[in-house]
Ligand binder design. Structure first.
Ligand code: CO8
Length: 199
């Protein structure tokens, strides 16, 4: 472990003392509004991924989100049970959707997941996530996923740190074919949301 990694290790998900509460963007979708897919080919929310999660997120109060995802046969790890990585993806996607309420472009830097109960295929996972603090480019957030309804037992939970980036993060690092296709989309909203840029 180098010194930078050591610095991040145990307290990386604890906001520093100068962190501030998150501020909901004035043009954020109203509480209860469905967010829709930010990118058709997103494995978490896009309709263009046959085996994707097709997660549906809804704006909550403050800087919070609720989301639902139904575990499909294609999401198995052990027989009849959701793969842990798929559940982590559902948490990551829900947490990532919070950035749309802040209208900040950010990517996951760290995602720490607790797998509390096994989740069978066919289960609807009810997710809730909120931003807890912001410190400069660092956005701290938490999420839980419950089974049997929005108030059911916790099956998974996560703590995350998202880092604000410029749109160049996607343009410089993404594969040129997909970047070109997304930029050529005549729908301005779809074009900007593909890169998570504010319209
Ligand atoms: C609706 C949208 C849904 C989107 C889907 C869900 C979201 C995703 O899955 S995004 C994809 C997965 N994530 C990625 O690909 C990110 C890959 N990583 C990177 O590109 C870079 O490491 C990146 C951008 C996170 C940080 O790099 P860089 O911009 O150079 O920032 P850097 O200076 O290293 O770090 C900035 C701060 O964050 C901290 N930090 C960065 N990474 C971490 C980390 N892993 N753990 C803890 N702290 C970290 C640094 O310590 C630093 O803190 P401070 O300002 O206090 O010194």
């Amino acid at each position: 472990m180098n010194s930078r990694e050591a610095e991040r290790a145990p307290s990386a998900l604890t906001p520093p003392p100068d962190a501030i509460p998150p501020v909901r963007h004035p043009e954020a979708p109203a509480p209860g509004e469905l967010l829709g897919a930010h990118y058709d080919h997103c494995f978490g929310c896009g309709g263009g991924q046959p085996h994707g999660l097709h997660l549906q997120a809804r704006a909550g109060d403050g800087v919070s989100i609720t989301a639902e995802f139904t575990v499909q046969s294609a999401h198995q790890g052990a027989p009849g049970l959701a793969h842990g990585g798929v559940l982590a993806t559902a948490l990551d996607e829900t947490l990532g959707s919070l950035n749309w309420l802040l209208r900040t472009i950010a990517v996951t830097g760290r995602l720490e997941t607790d797998f509390v109960r096994p989740v069978p295929v066919g289960t609807v996972l009810h997710l809730q996530a909120e931003v807890t603090a912001v410190a400069g480019r660092k956005i701290y957030s938490t999420a839980v996923g419950r089974t049997g309804g929005p108030d059911g037992p916790v099956a998974v939970r996560a703590q995350a740190l998202f880092i604000e980036v410029m749109v160049d993060h996607f343009i410089d690092n993404g594969r040129p074919d997909e970047i070109k296709a997304a930029m050529a989309d005549p729908d301005q909203i779809r074009r900007v949301r593909a890169f998570e840029v504010n319209p």
